[in-house]
Design a protein around this ligand. Structure first.
Ligand code: ACO
Length: 428
């Protein structure tokens, strides 16, 4: 017999169906609550609200499980590569050899960005924040590729926009990197796979073909895979809600980029390194900074610690910590902030405040140290997160469209004035 939930409101009792997901997670479907009773539910920050049914990513925060389309993040990070994971997320299955070759080939043939966009790009001040540039450039793709604006597109048309989005994103990200040094941009080369092409455009030179270090390719693939999707987080929900108004893919992704920027979300990777630097310059006393993080009168928080969903450990953080040790050793980089990070983690994991609140290092705690070792400036870190998250945003946008979800429009409980009469200026 199917399970139901009862809600008693004043004299009336209402029955609501219980929905069970494939991993046995339960939800009370209250979509008819207001029609039946006139009441709504209130859940600020959506801590307890399912916004959709989704078949893309499964996450169990208590057990520290993360799976894309059923495949564990551990297996994907070890055995797969970013372009294969992108295909898996967007189209639902691991690709065959031919499918992945065609996918890569199509992407490679769209990596050039309209030359006129460069004029627009040149107009940014040289020190403008990379995330501001990224959001604007991605949104402006809708102006340069206006076919994406057409309503009721065929599957093939939507697919073309998806390919262009994936292709042009890596070119745009590398342009932004080059601009931060005042260097000329490097054009893509079709002979490379997605990640190698990105590294070529980022670290390559105009004058000579630079050998792409397989260590960089490997770690970059890992980082991008670990960031590729994370179900209904702040930026992904933003992408879905913007897309639900029938907004084009580029503008929806641009909105997700804005949502990702904040230090409580993707911007944490930049904030972590800035925090570690600050602690180092202050003499490296980790106990002092732990005490600050615990002090409710001090706004300081331990960046890279805590997560809305993971309350045991973040499986991505485990993988990234190991990747961080490996890559620093392979590249022969000795970064003093890594020591501070490890000390902070050790102290915090034993401290009652962090233990009771289930605060553990999240994916951003170590990713910044790797990006730094690869040579990226700190304010580029969140842009790299966005590059990784792109297939997830696309998959979620596509799923929302395929499910024909209604426009996202939450309600509210109004707490302002009740009706009052307008008062003439002289009488105020
Ligand atoms: N340092 C110190 N205390 C913390 C931290 C932290 N990093 N994170 C949470 N807490 C405390 C809060 O003060 C609160 O304490 P209280 O119960 O005594 O009031 C308790 O832990 C619960 O914290 P909330 O803010 O209510 O938890 P929420 O789920 O809303 O926030 C968040 C999660 C935003 C990630 C939070 O832990 C945080 O700010 N972390 C630092 C920023 C960060 O690393 N963000 C990246 C997240 S991962 C990602 O987006 C990719």
């Amino acid at each position: 017999m199917s399970e139901t939930a009862q809600i008693k409101l004043s004299e009336n009792t209402y029955d609501f169906p219980v929905i069970t997901g494939t991993e046995n997670e339960k939800a009370v479907d209250i979509s008819k609550l207001r029609d039946l009773s006139g009441y709504i539910t209130l859940d600020t920050g959506y801590k307890n609200t399912g916004a959709t049914k989704s078949a893309i990513t499964f996450l169990d925060g208590e057990k520290g499980i993360l799976r894309y389309r059923g495949y564990s993040i551990e297996q994907l990070a070890e055995k797969s590569n970013f372009i294969e994971v992108a295909f898996l997320l967007i189209y639902g299955e691991l690709p065959t050899e031919k499918q992945v070759a065609d996918f890569q080939n199509e992407i490679s043939h769209h990596t050039l960005v309209h030359e006129d966009m460069k004029k627009f790009f040149d107009g940014f001040p040289s020190h403008s924040h990379p995330m501001g540039q990224l959001g604007s450039l991605v949104c402006s793709l809708s102006a340069f590729y206006p076919e994406s604006l057409k309503l009721n597109q065929t599957e093939a048309e939507i697919n073309q926009t998806i390919i262009k989005m994936l292709a042009k994103m890596s070119t745009i990200v590398s342009w932004i990197y080059k601009k931060s040094f005042g260097h000329p941009v490097i054009y893509p080369k079709n002979k490379y796979d997605y990640v190698s092409n990105f590294l070529h455009m980022t670290f390559g030179q105009r004058t000579e073909d630079v050998e792409i270090d397989p260590v960089l390719v490997d770690v970059m693939n890992k980082l991008l895979i670990l960031h590729a999707d994370h179900e209904q987080n702040c930026s992904t929900s933003t992408v879905r809600i913007v897309g639900s108004s029938d907004c084009n893919l580029y503008a929806s992704i641009s909105a997700g980029i804005s949502a990702l920027w904040g230090p409580l979300h993707g911007g944490a990777n930049q904030a972590v390194i800035e925090m570690l630097e600050q602690i180092k310059e202050d003499g490296g006393d980790t106990q002092k900074w732990i005490a600050k993080a615990k002090d409710k009168n001090d706004p300081f928080r331990l960046m890279g610690f805590g997560h809305r969903v993971y309350k045991n450990f973040d499986p991505r953080a485990k993988i990234i910590k190991k990747a961080c040790d490996d890559v620093l050793e392979k590249l022969g980089v000795n970064d003093p902030v890594l020591e501070i990070a490890k000390q902070l983690e050790e102290v915090a994991l034993k401290d009652d405040y962090f233990v009771q609140r289930k605060l553990y290092p999240n994916v951003d705690f170590y990713s910044g140290i790797i990006y730094r070792a690869l040579g990226f400036p700190t304010d580029m870190f969140t842009v790299l997160f966005a590059l990784g998250r792109l297939p997830g945003w696309i998959a979620q946008w596509k799923e929302m469209k395929e499910n024909k979800e209604p426009i996202g429009r939450p309600r509210q409980v109004y707490t302002g004035y009740t009706e009052r009469d307008y008062v003439e200026m002289q009488a105020r």
